[in-house]
Write a protein that binds this ligand. Structure first.
Ligand SMILES: CCCCCCCCCCCCC/C=C/[C@@H](O)[C@H](CO)NC(=O)CCCCCCCCCCCCCCC
Ligand SMILES: Nc1ncnc2c1ncn2[C@@H]1O[C@H](COP(=O)(O)OP(=O)(O)OP(=O)(O)O)[C@@H](O)[C@H]1O
Ligand SMILES: [Ca+2]
Length: 556
């Protein structure tokens, strides 16, 4: 392969030692010169300070600036004393801020300061790195930020001001910030008022509920402008152009955790700054041809619906409400009867029982992206033929369930780091439909406990999982009268009364759907997965820590 010319190469001082610093092939690297090799310092890039050679891809440089030279300079966040002699021979300096990987998918912004013998050289380094940064067209310049001051532990505003805003300003990103004043403020603003042409992305500071507001606003706006009727379950929805960033400050933060690998505001801010992009599947939920909501993580009837219903009454408890309501719901042990019908996804690479997981650069999601672009070229006639073929493939299950869960992503979160469906994909156009049939409390506990261990939560006789493109659910009380005998109809009427008058002491017979943390008003629903409908400032969970990364062979 042809060797690319070095853009720049100089011997510069770093922490009083001479380094050979190079900028080539979109990578900034620096290594000990032989003379300095004998005196290796501790500390350095990505925590690998014992080595004498470091590299940072330009795509992970946050900013570069000329620095005042003092006999003390701040490298890697720590003050270093610079010898008088070094300050004399290298009186000019520039500082590069870059992404430094910590443990468990955490990113930090680190600084490295190089000292130059003359001002012209220093200026040339800064200009050349700036020019390289300008070539990165995927980075956002202007963002619209919504902060929920009441999400999670009510720390949203503080987290943004102290941890995120300084990073955005260092990366020269300008922002319009709106602190929400009521629920659905962000959704309504995005749907109608916001001048979206001005922005390269939208950021929400809050939990899964805030993210849900943002996607509802953006998706509705996009469909309205494209003339697509959201109420029609058969409509193919138009993907949204603007990317969304999530600064986690909520109770569950499942979408952030499952797309980045950690719920950490600084890590998320850095993914936004470097301009990452990760597509996400979105489920549309309808009842009788009326649009209800969109979901990107969990649609859960039975257990997770009941946990949510109960936890809404305990909002004042903060994130702990889910554990208290979880325990209560577990002990109540209600089951629900109904019919689930679903369209299995047949033309995809993965299955819900795969050992491999969706990770950054996932080939299963890439394959779906390729199919999506092929599908766009299909004519209307082909679509009709496909619809007819689909009709014959629907499967129907009528049973008693403790839980019916549809996960369009793993739903990994701090409570369950592998998630509800560990092998689910972020952007493959499918959801994993998990059916937990009526079983004993002990068996259900075994199933729940497996969400927190390495054991397979699906490897139980009363649990089944299907990868689906669409599904429907009809609770028993909503099934048409022709399917029920007279006695059943009587019960149906009675069940409604009991639901409305819990004081009568009858066990509840209906649950509610938990749709990404919101309760749906209808139990009979129809769901369709829309492949890659929205995009996030994320890249999926990275597989390897960087010191194991073969792309950086010198950091060994
Ligand atoms: C024994 C320990 C078992 C632990 C099992 C943990 C499984 C946890 C799986 C969490 C899946 C979260 C899916 C994400 C849903 C989000 O779109 C939504 C909006 O933020 N969050 C919730 O609905 C919030 C849902 C929060 C659900 C919490 C459930 C907690 C269950 C606790 C059961 C205790 C049984 C104890 C028996 C002795
Ligand atoms: N200013 C506001 N006042 C009251 N509610 C708001 C406000 N702004 C947003 N909300 C609503 O607060 C709800 C919860 O917010 P958010 O998701 O940020 O945090 P959370 O309590 O941790 O929830 P989750 O469990 O979804 O992570 C959202 O549904 C959102 O619609
Ligand atoms: Ca999916």
């Amino acid at each position: 392969m042809e060797k690319q010319p070095k853009l720049l190469s100089s011997q510069l001082l770093l922490k009083n030692r001479l380094f050979e610093v190079t900028l080539q092939r979109a990578t900034l690297s620096w290594k000990d010169t032989p003379a300095a090799g004998r005196r290796r310092a501790s500390g350095g890039i990505n925590g690998t300070l014992k080595v004498g050679s470091y590299c940072v891809p330009v795509s992970e440089i946050i900013a570069v600036r000329e620095t005042e030279v003092d006999s003390r300079t701040k490298d890697d966040g720590r003050w270093q004393k610079m010898s008088q002699a070094s300050a004399g021979t290298h009186p000019f300096a520039f500082t590069v801020s870059y992404v430094d990987r910590g443990s468990r998918h955490r990113w930090r912004c680190s600084d490295v300061t190089f000292h130059c013998p003359d001002g012209a050289l220093c200026h040339q380094w800064v200009q050349t790195i700036k020019e390289q940064l300008l070539l990165l067209t995927n980075r956002p310049k202007h963002l619209l930020v919504y902060i929920n001051p009441f999400g999670g532990k009510q720390q949203g505003k503080r987290i943004y001001e102290q941890k995120v805003a300084p990073l955005f300003s260092r990366a020269s990103i300008s922002t319009d910030v709106i602190v929400t004043e009521r629920a659905n403020h962000a959704r309504d603003h995005l749907r109608t008022d916001a001048d979206l042409k001005k922005y390269d992305g939208v950021v929400c500071v809050g939990g899964d509920g805030m993210f849900s507001e943002v996607i509802h606003g953006l998706i509705s706006r996009t469909q309205r402008e494209a003339g697509v009727d959201e109420n029609c379950p058969e409509e193919k929805l138009v993907p949204c152009d603007l990317r969304i960033g999530i600064i986690p400050a909520g109770s569950t933060d499942c979408i952030c955790y499952a797309t980045v690998g950690v719920n950490d505001p600084i890590t998320s801010a850095l993914h936004i700054i470097v301009g990452d992009s990760q597509a996400l599947d979105v489920c549309s939920v309808h009842h009788n041809s009326t649009f209800l909501r969109y979901s990107v993580s969990l649609l859960g009837y039975g257990f997770y619906g009941d946990v949510l219903t109960d936890s809404e009454r305990k909002r004042w408890m903060g994130p702990a409400r889910y554990d208290i309501s979880g325990l209560k719901t577990f002990l109540t042990h209600n089951y629900y009867e109904g019919t689930v019908s679903f369209l299995p996804a047949t033309d995809i690479l993965g299955t819900p029982r795969d050992k491999t997981k969706c990770r950054a650069g996932c080939y299963v999601c890439q394959d779906s992206e390729w199919r999506l672009s092929e599908d766009k070229q299909l004519c209307k006639l082909d679509e009709d033929v496909l619809d007819q073929e689909e009709d014959g493939r629907w499967q129907v299950i009528r049973s008693k369930f403790l839980a019916i869960n549809a996960a369009s992503m793993s739903c990994a979160c701090p409570r369950s780091p592998k998630g509800l469906s560990p092998a689910a994909h972020l952007a493959d156009g499918t959801a994993d439909l998990i059916l937990v049939r009526k079983c004993s409390r002990l068996d259900f506990l075994r199933h729940l406990l497996r969400h927190t261990s390495k054991d397979d939560q699906f490897d139980l006789a009363f649990v089944e999982v299907h990868r689906v493109r669409r599904f429907r659910f009809t609770p028993k009380h909503c099934e048409s009268d022709s399917e029920l005998d007279l006695k059943e109809s009587g019960k149906k009427l009675f069940s409604h009364i009991c639901r409305d008058h819990p004081a009568c002491g009858c066990a509840t017979v209906n649950s509610n759907w938990n749709c990404d943390g919101e309760i749906l008003q209808h139990a009979a629903i129809e769901v369709r997965v829309h492949c890659q409908l929205v995009k996030l400032f994320a890249r999926g969970i990275e597989e390897l820590p960087v010191f194991e990364d073969p792309c950086c062979p010198s950091a060994i």
